[in-house]
Write a protein that binds this ligand. Structure first.
Ligand SMILES: CC(C)(COP(=O)(O)OP(=O)(O)OC[C@H]1O[C@@H](n2cnc3c(N)ncnc32)[C@H](O)[C@@H]1OP(=O)(O)O)[C@@H](O)C(=O)NCCC(=O)NCCS
Length: 178
């Protein structure tokens, strides 16, 4: 039995520990972290999966970014504890996160990751979208939640600093809800 819930502030230390376990040391040096600096994650889309013993076994987060002034959802990080990998939990987190994103009105998603894994969710290489260096362009992938949403959206990925204060407040209030 697993419980999937939105991430709250009290979950964050356990989620950070899971990310440290699942990713190589120095994960925060990755270019995607430059896009997250000083920007709160998207409320309601960051999810935590706990097992029956209430141990955190999986987590996913999403951040807002921009490409050519258009809003884009950046998926990641997503991680599943090594002892629980291969059971479909990563897929569960990604599908649930994307479903919630669509419900919130997001139309396009991107990530930096392995195409052989993310292809099953519909992600394909983005040909004309550049992450800050150093990023392997082969790993820059996109998904349309609305047909045609990536058409003509090209260029560098930039931080979304708009409405930062408002979304930060929303994130904190989610974090403080029991
Ligand atoms: C990637 C990750 C989240 C997947 O979680 P999971 O719960 O194991 O995934 P699922 O059970 O839904 O899917 C497992 C399948 O994906 C495949 N898979 C997992 N990672 C893969 C990868 N990097 N490339 C290709 N296939 C991959 C597995 O081989 C397995 O294949 P199968 O269905 O044919 O047996 C998890 O392996 C993880 O936390 N890895 C370390 C952190 C990481 O790399 N995060 C992603 C950043 S890009």
């Amino acid at each position: 039995m697993y419980a999937l819930r939105p991430e709250r502030a009290v979950d964050t230390p356990e989620v950070e520990a899971l990310l440290d376990l699942c990713f190589a040391p120095g994960r925060t040096a990755l270019s995607s972290y430059r896009l997250r600096e000083g920007v709160p994650p998207v409320p309601g889309l960051c999810l935590v999966l706990r097992d029956s013993g209430e141990v955190v076994v999986g987590a996913i987060r999403f951040w807002p970014v921009h490409v050519a002034d258009e809003p884009v959802l950046l998926l990641g990080p997503v991680a599943v504890h090594p002892t629980a990998q291969g059971e479909g939990l990563g897929g569960l987190l990604i599908r649930e996160g994307l479903w919630r994103a669509e419900s919130q009105g997001w139309v396009r998603v991107m990530l930096v990751g392995d195409e052989p894994y993310y292809r099953r969710f519909g992600f394909r290489k983005l040909e004309h979208v550049q992450m800050p260096p150093p990023t392997n362009p082969e790993r820059v992938l996109g998904l349309e939640l609305e047909p045609g949403a990536w058409q003509g959206v090209e260029g560098a990925v930039t931080r979304d600093t708009s409405d930062n204060e408002a979304s930060g407040t929303a994130w904190r209030s989610i974090g403080s809800r029991g």
